[in-house]
Write a protein that binds this ligand. Structure first.
Ligand SMILES: CC(C)(COP(=O)(O)OP(=O)(O)OC[C@H]1O[C@@H](n2cnc3c(N)ncnc32)[C@H](O)[C@@H]1OP(=O)(O)O)[C@@H](O)C(=O)NCCC(=O)NCCS
Length: 190
């Protein structure tokens, strides 16, 4: 029986990720990611980008980049035939392990009608902090959600209890940066 596995993206994954984009997002606005960004994910942001495999077949992916102590998770997607499987949990596990000691906040954007993605973000501790109109074009509304520093700390503790990350290598000084400051920094509108 084929098993699920997750690994970081690499340059050779470009064609596969573009193919998954078309399969999963091709029929709905705002459409698929541009090849330039996907190429960056494969070549530059690979340490925080993951592909889920079923056997050797790519079936899902998570794309994220970091800016300073913030992570921006731009896509989490699994092909319909493999939704409800371990793929999504393994993607999230790889992702959290990669960023948990590197950032103090993580941002997601999601369509208001995407109940599954909103539920997943909530399980990580993300709080919905803004609803922005015209985000990807006229009439397009997106919810911005954020795991802030305190919730990130709680997420790290949960992962440590589960044995998914070790104790911190160095003492952590929690950031005082709150969501309001981050929102101002992003220029997000409620
Ligand atoms: C978002 C996505 C990755 C979730 O993966 P999935 O394999 O469907 O996730 P699961 O079925 O394991 O569900 C994850 C959680 O969301 C919950 N959930 C799923 N569908 C839901 C729904 N319609 N309403 C509320 N919660 C829902 C599940 O209960 C589950 O929580 P649990 O494990 O505590 O039961 C997948 O649906 C997907 O690829 N969608 C298309 C792409 C997309 O829209 N991505 C998000 C924006 S980038």
């Amino acid at each position: 029986m084929s098993e699920y596995s997750v690994r970081n993206l690499c340059s050779d994954d470009f064609v596969a990720i573009m193919g998954l984009e078309r399969r999963i997002f091709g029929d709905e606005p705002p459409g698929v990611l541009g090849p330039y960004y996907v190429r960056l994910c494969c070549d530059v942001y690979a340490p925080t980008c993951f592909v889920a495999l079923h056997g050797d077949e790519p079936v899902g992916y998570l794309l994220c980049f970091t800016r300073g102590r913030e992570a921006h998770c731009t896509t989490l997607a699994v092909v319909p035939e493999h939704q409800g499987s371990r793929a999504v949990a393994l993607l999230l596990r790889g992702f959290v392990r990669a960023i948990v000691d590197e950032v103090d906040a993580c941002w997601f954007t999601v369509s208001p009608d995407n109940a599954a993605a909103r539920a997943l973000h909530a399980t990580l501790g993300a709080r919905e902090v803004a609803s922005v109109l015209d985000y990807y074009g006229p009439g397009d509304r997106r919810i911005l959600s954020c795991i802030d520093a305190a919730r990130f700390d709680a997420l790290r503790s949960r992962y440590q209890r589960l044995g998914l990350v070790g104790p911190r290598a160095v003492e952590h000084t929690p950031t005082t940066q709150g969501i309001d400051q981050i929102m101002g920094h992003l220029g997000a509108a409620s």
